[in-house]
Design a protein around this ligand. Structure first.
Ligand code: SF4
Length: 350
């Protein structure tokens, strides 16, 4: 029941799994418009009413009985945590998230992947952990914190989401940081990334703080097309920075090519259409996952060539990292405070 076909869970030597101690969510950005979890929830409501009885958008529901499920899996798994919700949803108490972390700490045989769109609340959680410790029995040893088996990430669908969420991610303690650019709804420039309200642009990929990028177009009946150049650009940014790049899928649309029916192409930008922005709707499976003939399956791994390259680049880019660290410490503190305030305000409004 917990096995999954999510491509980036299929890491060599591991079993791909999903673990859903939380179900249900609310839409908070354009990337949520055609939420896959919402569609699945409707189907599962019939099959598993005890777990999915509440409507998807009624909020997040925590399932205590599933908190320790991964402890039963003895073979190494790559586990996507909460494919059916967002772990950092306001309805999920920090004490519950802490128990999720405890299970991950007690399962060193697995690799867990957490992705969120609520990066501000994620940072708030880590800030609270530092202050109060909660149930963090596993963090007394420097070697086990940040959790070495957790890949922590944010989902970003376009530049605005990247600019909003990545700064929070960068402040969270994580052994591996992930950007999931899916569904990709616009170009995402993460090399010349803009610091909040400032004109100086810093290539934070070179800082070595982002380790893995997933990229994919949207699937489902109302899917929106991804411009082929957006995916190409992201791959090139990762290659230039030695960051592992995984191209998950085109989604329902793939690039139009000579020989395709001329009457069937669509432009990603109807008003500014040119040959390069032509796409054709063929369905997720036919669209496949080749980007210009290459299947990009890079995973973060210290021994991989991508990572060796990254390590070399890190040496070269020390200056850039230091620039980031020194010039923005005040700003980072402000972002931290803002994150807590923002989250509290949102909680009050609900
Ligand atoms: S945050 Fe994720 S699970 Fe929640 S509505 Fe958006 S896409 Fe769906």
């Amino acid at each position: 029941m917990s096995n999954t076909n999510i491509e980036w869970c299929k890491r060599p030597g591991t079993i791909p799994k999903v673990w859903n101690p939380v179900t249900g969510c609310n839409k908070i950005s354009q990337g949520c418009k055609n939420c896959y979890a919402e569609r699945m929830h409707k189907r599962l409501q019939v099959m598993h009413p005890s777990k999915y009885g509440q409507d998807f958008t009624a909020g997040a529901v925590c399932h205590d009985d599933l908190l320790t499920l991964p402890l039963k899996w003895k073979k190494p798994c790559t586990v996507f945590v909460n494919s059916m919700s967002d772990l950092f949803h306001k309805d999920v108490p920090f004490s519950f998230i802490d128990k999720v972390f405890e299970t991950m700490a007690k399962s060193p045989q697995h690799t867990f992947i957490i992705l969120t769109k609520r990066a501000d609340r994620m940072l708030e959680f880590f800030t609270m952990l530092d202050k109060h410790g909660l149930n963090r029995v596993f963090t007394t040893n420097d070697e086990t914190w940040p959790l070495p088996n957790l890949w922590l990430g944010v989902s970003v669908e376009d530049q605005a989401a990247a600019d909003e969420r990545i700064p929070f991610l960068l402040q969270c303690p994580a052994a591996v940081r992930v950007l999931s650019v899916e569904p990709m709804l616009g170009p995402v420039d993460i090399i010349t990334y803009t610091q909040e309200g400032k004109t100086d642009r810093i290539n934070f990929l070179h800082g070595g703080k982002i380790h893995q990028v997933f990229c994919g177009g949207e699937s489902g009946p109302d899917a929106r097309p991804m411009h082929p150049n957006w995916a190409r650009s992201l791959q090139q940014q990762c290659a230039a920075s030695g960051v592992a790049f995984f191209f998950k899928q085109w989604g329902e649309y793939r690039p139009w090519k000579n020989g395709d029916p001329i009457e069937k192409f669509e432009h990603v930008h109807p008003r500014q259409g040119n040959l390069l922005s032509r796409v054709i709707k063929v369905g997720k499976h036919k669209a496949g996952r080749l980007l210009d003939g290459v299947e990009w399956n890079e995973f973060y791994n210290l021994n991989s060539s991508a990572m060796s390259k990254r390590k070399n680049q890190n040496k070269i880019q020390t200056e850039a990292v230091e620039l980031y660290s020194s010039s923005n410490s005040k700003q980072r503190r402000n972002i931290s405070k803002k994150a807590v305030k923002h989250s509290q305000t949102k909680e009050r409004k609900k």
